[in-house]
Design a protein around this ligand. Structure first.
Ligand SMILES: Nc1ncnc2c1ncn2[C@@H]1O[C@H](COP(=O)(O)OP(=O)(O)OP(=O)(O)O)[C@@H](O)[C@H]1O
Length: 514
């Protein structure tokens, strides 16, 4: 049998109070697409950061092609043939594709001379051989996310990476882009690369991977050949129990209008109009799914609804009251809840303990005598929230910044739902969450609907929208390009609408524009 390209032996990494990697063994072969699966906080990112030289291991050994390597810095990892692409791309938006790809390389890396024309030619050749279509002269900010991802891959290939680690690579892609991306992965594997994909999407693992390693509580549970497994088995191995992702929903009882968005126009940071004259009405007892590729005005819309971003024109009414220009605190008091997509920088404060994050924005409700914060009450509230939403580790004094992405999301969701809102704006609620957590969050969102709340579910995840929404509005370049009832909707049709190439016309007929 062929030796693996990478062999990690008995890797140990401990954080204060947490054994993030507990004697982990992980082998990856050339030519294979290897999925790494595990619950939130299982230790996947820690292991990948160790392989990419961002974290040092406490003990354990890493072999590349049979030889021990240190991997103390990303430069050392790249040198050893290991590259990683993070969820948030690290590209300079104003630079061209070529400039980004050669950024940080020395002349020596190019055989003594570095010029743009030679580099561009090399990039064109590389992109042709892997089916990674991209124009080397294009400026990054003009490129769709799917193409930016290709640039990240090219950057690694240009540095001669053998193994590519991809962290949740399809989170920001449309279904069409995901298809194209999988083709690229197959090509990479066919040409002898080792591909590691960290993902929570079981159907994608079944579709694209050859091997799956499953982690739980810092340990590797097992590693199986994908073709010998199934979605249900993977979920069970990972969570340690059966998981039910069906959406068992009560019959909808549609109530009166709750949140009325009328002709809203909003600008983004750069002063460009991000939301154009957008109107949408949400009723009590309904989930309206706002489907769209990231960056089409969804975040600006959500922020404007909370008056965290100025409204240029238009009106937002909650239960008949104009709240367009009311303060964010007044929004919370009016019981409009918001769960932002960026849980690390917007939704929570990393330095503060979970307790303070759990009551963020609502501290006023926890003042006791003399106007001081009543920490005992905050603690009790936090403990209940953490139990209900299964936040791990089970320690209210842990600082939010040390929680895994999924667990941080549970804190945010818990905070919003505990406020007993009349309407909720939930942005990318399950991005990065494991199936067990998705099951819980979906259940909570449906329970909100059944309790008569109006929910605006903003998601780039079509499956999520199809599973939860009663009505689906598709947003493209800040405009709603169509509204469908959930039983009319088809994934390929919405996928096309999300890229602006499919419209619902006035008389209800559809047409596709090339
Ligand atoms: N810098 C850190 N300091 C303290 N604890 C940390 C740190 N980074 C991670 N942890 C803890 O280590 C454990 C493993 O986290 P890790 O991010 O590797 O999980 P994960 O499997 O990638 O989770 P997710 O799917 O949510 O991204 C978690 O309990 C987490 O809270």
């Amino acid at each position: 049998m062929m030796d693996p390209f990478l062999s990690a032996r008995k890797i140990v990494k401990q954080f204060p109070g947490v054994m993030a990697n507990d004697h982990v063994d992980f082998d990856v072969e050339r030519g294979e697409i290897h999925a790494l699966l595990g619950e939130n906080g299982a230790g996947k990112s820690t292991l990948m950061q160790i392989l990419y030289g961002l974290y040092s291991r406490d003990s354990g050994e890493i072999l590349v092609d049979g030889s021990p390597v240190e991997l103390a810095t990303p430069a050392e990892s790249i040198q050893a043939g290991i590259g990683m692409i993070h969820q948030e791309f690290m590209l300079v938006r104003k630079f061209s594709v070529t400039e980004n790809i050669i950024l940080g390389l020395k002349d020596d890396d190019h055989g003594g001379h570095l010029d743009l024309a030679t580099a561009s030619a090399r990039i064109s050749k590389l992109s042709a051989s892997y089916g990674l279509q991209v124009d080397p002269n294009e400026i990054i900010e003009h490129l769709p996310v799917g193409v930016q991802q290709r640039v990240e891959i090219l950057k690694l290939l240009y540095r001669k990476a053998t193994m590519l680690i991809l962290d949740e690579p399809t989170a920001v892609l449309t279904p069409q882009e995901t298809k194209a991306f999988f083709k690229v992965l197959r090509k990479l594997a066919a040409q002898g690369h080792a591909v590691v994909i960290v993902t929570h999407k079981l159907h994608e693992i079944m579709e694209i991977s050859d091997q799956v390693t499953i982690m739980r509580d810092g340990q590797v549970v097992t590693s199986v050949a994908t073709r010998d497994s199934s979605e249900a088995e993977l979920a069970r191995l990972m969570v340690g129990r059966d998981v039910e992702l069906g959406t068992d929903r009560a019959t909808q009882v549609l109530g009166a209008p709750v949140l009325d968005i009328a002709n809203l126009t909003v600008k983004d940071e750069r002063g460009y109009t991000a939301v154009h004259d957008l109107s949408l009405v949400l009723h009590a007892g309904e989930i309206v799914g706002l489907a769209g590729v990231d960056g089409n005005g969804q975040s600006e819309l959500a922020q404007a609804l909370m008056n965290l971003r100025p409204v240029q024109s238009g009106q937002v009414t909650l239960l008949g009251r104009d709240i367009t220009h009311a303060s964010p605190a007044a929004h919370i008091a009016a019981r409009l809840a918001y769960v932002p997509a960026d849980r690390r920088h917007v939704g929570t404060v990393a330095e503060l303990p979970i307790t303070m994050n759990a009551v963020l924005g609502d501290q006023g409700s926890y003042t006791g005598r003399l106007g001081l914060l009543d920490f005992d009450r905050i603690r009790d509230f936090t403990k209940t929230l953490m139990k209900r939403f299964d936040v791990r580790p089970d320690n209210p004094d842990y600082s939010a910044g040390k929680l895994s992405g999924g667990n941080l999301q549970k804190v945010q969701m818990g905070r919003a739902i505990s406020a007993d809102p009349v309407a909720m704006i939930v942005e990318q609620p399950t991005r990065g969450l494991d199936v067990g957590a998705i099951e819980a969050v979906w259940g909570e969102i449906l329970a909100q609907r059944d309790a008569g709340k109006a929910v605006l579910l903003i998601s780039a995840e079509l499956q999520e929208i199809l599973n939860l929404a009663d009505r689906i509005a598709v947003i493209y370049e800040g405009r709603i390009v169509g509204i469908l009832s959930a039983d009319q909707a088809e994934i390929s049709q919405i996928g096309l609408m999300m890229t602006g190439s499919y419209h619902t016309t006035e008389n209800g007929a559809h047409h596709v524009t090339a």
